[in-house]
Design a protein around this ligand. Structure first.
Ligand code: SAH
Ligand code: SF4
Length: 341
């Protein structure tokens, strides 16, 4: 069993089945998550005999193996992107984004993605498999303990569709949130979805109140279905109803991501349609310049995104988001694609 995929209660029960006392679980988690030690030999508050006996934790039916760094890239703006290797050799991407008041980790929920959005590098690479809970937690652990960096926030905006891997993803959120594990507050966690309606409804009922971000990217079914196949399954009417249900149940504002693809989903008409769709709702719009694929011009997409913000600003709550780490292929899916090519 992968330690990083266990809740505290599960670890306690497991160790007790192996004949250890409950408090050993708290100690073990403290060494691993707070002190960054993953060798039982280093758990100095365990009696020497015990350390020797369990120096290979597989005797306890446990593996305490942090994810392996396969590649890391450092951006001039401080953003770091890592490609981590999983036990079956699959690769997963995670990004570290330091800012003055916080440090955000962007993590993946699947290897690849089934959703096939046509502007997304991950969508183009196809789907390999779901990540296990421990492989999701492991990405944050890598930045926080293996690299020793401060992590205050986490967003599920790497590869994959989190709500398409619900059980593992939800479990990972609880472990990330647990004060004895990674200890990130629910309000500092954000789930981003392309619009899996049943998943949004399930999230609305979860006691763990994380932030919800929905990738909208278009104001009509006609446009949205052209770039996001999921829209044919859950069209805008159903999606907006699910978002309203989420707001009603949680009393929380929902973020809508709007990636501007120049001359496709911007301009006056689309701005008016978006305003009509969203006004009087408890939502905030993040406008993002589409991340240029290798060789494309970044300035152009930023220019169009700014124009679009100006069009909707009088009527909607909106922020222009700059993409970070463009010089290191930090956009979702780009690094893995480069390495696999
Ligand atoms: N699958 C989830 C979360 C991962 S994608 C989702 O789609 O929401 C994270 C964000 O990156 C999404 O908002 C997605 O639309 C956006 N994205 C993907 N490719 C992009 C690109 N080329 N430029 C800008 N944003 C992109
Ligand atoms: Fe999957 Fe999100 Fe990329 Fe769409 S944008 S293909 S849902 S990772």
């Amino acid at each position: 069993m992968d330690l990083f995929g266990l809740t505290k209660t599960e670890l306690e029960e497991h160790l007790m089945r192996k004949g250890l006392q409950r408090f050993r679980a708290t100690q073990l988690l403290d060494w691993v998550y707070k002190k960054g030690k993953t060798e039982v030999d280093e758990f100095t508050n365990w009696p020497k005999k015990m350390r020797e006996r369990y120096s290979d934790p597989s005797v306890l039916g446990l593996s305490i193996l942090p994810l392996k760094e396969k590649l890391i890239q450092n951006s001039l703006d401080g953003t770091k992107k890592a490609l981590l290797e999983l036990k079956d050799g699959e690769l997963v991407e995670t990004v570290y984004i330091p800012e003055s008041d916080r440090a955000t980790v962007c993590f993946s929920s699947q290897v690849g993605c089934k959703m096939g959005c046509n502007f997304c590098a991950t969508g183009k690479s196809g789907f390999s498999r779901d990540l296990e809970a421990g492989e999701i937690v492991g990405q944050l652990y890598y930045w926080q303990q293996t690299k020793g960096l401060r992590v205050t926030n986490a967003v599920a905006m790497g590869q994959g569709e989190p709500l398409d891997n619900w059980d593992n993803f939800l479990k990972a959120l609880y472990i990330i949130n647990d004060a004895d594990c990674l200890n990130l507050g629910a309000r500092h966690l954000t789930v981003s979805t392309c619009g899996i309606v049943p998943g949004i409804k399930k999230m609305a009922k979860e006691p763990l109140q994380v932030n919800l971000s929905v990738s909208l990217h278009a104001p009509t079914d006609e446009l949205r279905s052209q770039i996001m196949p999921i829209n044919r399954r859950y069209p805008l009417k159903e999606l907006m109803e699910a978002i309203e249900e989420y707001i009603r149940e949680t009393n929380r504002r929902v973020t809508l991501e709007y990636t501007v693809i120049p001359r496709f989903n911007d301009g006056k008409t689309n701005a008016a349609l978006l305003i009509a769709l969203l006004k009087d709702r408890l939502v905030h719009v993040n406008v993002i310049p589409v991340n240029p694929q290798v060789g494309e011009d970044e300035g152009e997409s930023l220019y169009h995104a700014k124009e679009f913000v100006n069009l909707i600003k009088p009527q909607l709550n909106v922020t222009l988001r700059r993409s970070r780490g463009a010089d290191i292929d930090a956009a979702c899916g780009q690094l893995r694609r480069k390495v696999l090519k």
